[in-house]
Ligand binder design. Structure first.
Ligand code: NAD
Length: 475
């Protein structure tokens, strides 16, 4: 753990194991921190805030720029660490490191653009000036599915704004987090400005984050249940909160869309990270007239996917994160089949060729999915593509919006008017129109409804870490 510039063990030297989800092997051991460690880290961050918040934006930018360079130099090492503890294919891990580094570069630039404004007053003797200041100590909690980029998407803007940070990574992926913090420290982030607390027991650390008065902001990425619980407690102590939570993305393929192009898109985005992405399509609505061609293409492309260790050449889909994830995916598929869904391909755990030692589930396509099935309502977070057919636009729109989530949605159509109508009517924070990757460091990422609060990335990303101060000057 990194506390006040020192790489520290847990009190009494306790550690926990890190597991490779592709084969169940222990690949590392990390300190098992607790609430006391979190408190020490918060104290360090609060002390460091005094000087860090007074550095110039240009000085902070230079450090983030250096961190960006270091991250790119270490892309291969970071990617290998990620594949080892998280399971994604090495190629996807490299792409994630690039995406993670993009946030460091973006916020190195945005640090210098936290512009204020002057506002004309109705009074001749008054001047209004608006300036922005860092909110203070930030407590950050990140998930295991994107273990590097979810860190830089929070720490990048926090540091750029002049905040100090205490971060708790997910228990499944602490090794990637340690490597990111090594880079930040080496880039010149001063002692105490960034602190890392690893733990196998997140609840007491989370409790310290939301109750300690020195913490001024909580930023969380993870499940909606935990996010709501933490946001509620943080709100009770009047802390700033931003949350990136779960999703249940609809993917709409209209009758004028090219079903082959759309199916290729679904195959690429649905099985990315073995379906363990918050923007993963979770309900695929295909117009009745296109469904056969769509399913044919999807089926043949899914059949060509190869599951295995992310280190093996040719592997395109890695394991799920743990046994619990396999159980959840299996339960959703079994429920759908029992209620009448057709398994087009997959539908089972993968156990041959040594895969039984890991947490593999076959990439699966289900057809004939209906609203009474669990998969229609619950986030899957696994490699299952559920297809639902529709006949008219309004019906499809109503079904797409019929969820408590509001993160991402996808629309495939060649009709610009229809695309615009859907863009306006879909109640989601991110809409891909004939596009499966509507995400970049420069673009605001975040959801509506149960998918969260606030936005990450883009110029909005840094404002989450800034207070607004108004000066009214009588002259
Ligand atoms: P999770 O909520 O269990 O874990 C996420 C993080 O919260 C981890 O660091 C975990 O240790 C921590 N945590 C868990 N219980 C806690 C507690 N009581 N107090 C404090 N911290 C606690 O979620 P998960 O199932 O591991 O992660 C997957 C979820 O994250 C999915 O629902 C997914 O949609 C969501 N997610 C969202 C985004 C986004 O940007 N919107 C990105 C990635 C993942």
């Amino acid at each position: 753990m990194l506390i006040n510039g020192n790489w520290a063990d847990a009190n009494e030297g306790t550690t926990f194991d890190v597991i490779n989800p592709a084969n169940g092997e222990v690949v590392g051991q990390v300190p098992d921190g607790d609430a006391a460690t979190a408190k020490a880290a918060i104290d360090a961050a609060a002390t460091a805030f005094g000087s860090w918040s007074k550095t110039t934006a240009h000085a902070r930018s230079a450090i983030l720029y250096k961190a960006w360079q270091l991250m790119l130099e270490r892309k291969e090492d970071l990617a290998r660490t990620m594949t080892m503890e998280q399971g994604k294919p090495l190629r996807a891990a490299r792409t994630e490191v690039q995406y993670a580094a993009d946030f460091l570069l973006w916020f190195a630039e945005e640090a210098k653009r936290t512009y204020g404004e002057t506002i004309p007053s109705a009074r001749a003797d008054q001047r209004f000036i608006v300036s922005h200041y860092p909110v203070g100590v930030v407590a950050a909690i990140t998930p295991w599915n994107y273990p590097v980029s979810m860190i830089t998407r929070k720490v990048g803007p926090a540091l750029a704004a002049g905040c100090t940070v205490v971060l708790k990574p997910a228990e499944a992926t602490p090794l990637s987090a340690i490597k990111v913090f090594e880079i930040l420290a080496e880039a010149g982030v001063p002692d105490g400005v960034i602190n890392l607390v690893t733990t196998s027991n997140p609840a007491p650390v989370g409790e310290e984050f939301v109750s300690n008065p020195l913490v001024r902001k909580l930023t969380f990425t993870g499940s909606t249940a935990v996010g709501k619980m933490l946001a509620g407690k943080a709100a009770g102590n009047m802390k700033r909160v931003s949350c990136e939570l779960g999703g249940h993305a609809p993917f709409l393929v209209f009758d004028d869309a090219d079903p082959v192009h759309a199916a290729k898109g679904v195959q690429l985005v649905k099985f990315l990270n073995t379906g363990q992405a918050c923007i993963s399509p979770n309900r695929i609505f295909v117009h009745q007239s296109k469904v056969d061609a769509f399913v044919d293409t999807l089926q043949s492309r899914v059949a060509g996917m190869q599951a295995g260790s992310g280190f093996e050449e040719g592997v395109t889909i890695g394991p799920l994160v743990d046994e619990r994830a396999v159980t959840k995916v299996s339960a959703q598929v079994d429920d759908a089949v029992a209620k009448g869904a057709e398994v087009v391909c997959g539908g089972n755990r993968l156990i041959s060729n040594g895969l039984d030692k890991g947490f593999f589930y076959a990439p699966t396509v289900l057809r004939g999915v209906t609203p009474d099935m669990l998969i229609y309502r619950e986030e899957t977070f696994g490699p299952v593509a559920p297809i639902i057919t529709f006949e008219d636009d309004q019906e499809a729109l109503k079904m797409a919006n019929d969820t408590s989530y509001g993160l991402a949605a996808y629309v495939y159509t060649r009709d610009i008017s229809r695309a615009m109508r859907m863009f306006e009517a879909l109640e989601f924070g991110i809409i891909g129109v004939n596009d499966i990757n509507p995400s970049a460091a420069s673009a605001p990422f975040g959801g509506m409804k149960d998918s969260g609060l606030g936005r990450e990335g883009s110029r909005e990303g840094i404002s989450e870490y800034l207070e607004t101060k108004l000066g009214g000057f009588a002259i």
